[in-house]
Design a protein around this ligand. Sequence first.
Ligand SMILES: [Zn+2]
Length: 174
Amino acid sequence: MVNLAQEPQGVAPKAPPVDAIWEALRQVMDPEIPVLSVVDLGIITGVEVSPDQSVIVRMTPTFAGCPAIRLMEKQVGEAVEQLGYTQVQVETDFSVTWNSNRISDHGREIIRHFGLAPPPKHNGEPDLDRLKHTECPYCASANTTLKTPFGPTLCRSMHYCFDCLQAFEQFKPV
Ligand SMILES: [Zn+2]
């Protein structure tokens, strides 16, 4: 392992393009859904590399109550450092409001395979009636009911499917 921080000044790390940073960020997972990357979650709003090889990654916080954001910020910084960058700043981007529509289609598939109902896309306001009949991630039935809007984490609601008789959680639309 080469410690780039100890190389003489002026020797910039080999400069991978911004694309390489996005690729590295695809390896950083949401701690609550460890198969869903922060990129598919839609919380990375920008990546910049300055001429002096310092990197700024901007992230928008998801749910205000989700403690995972601090951990994700740390992991995002580390993922970029592993590419050889020594000056990495992870900034919270308040100019972009995260909502569940920012989750990529690929991300929704991943959430479903994980056994969670992905949040339905909406036009501004999540539709509470639709939340009551969330499609079951196991059998795709809509014959379901909302048990409680408060699941084991603030980000999830609890549901029950009358067709396959299984309880399931939904990644709450916001
Ligand atoms: Zn079902």
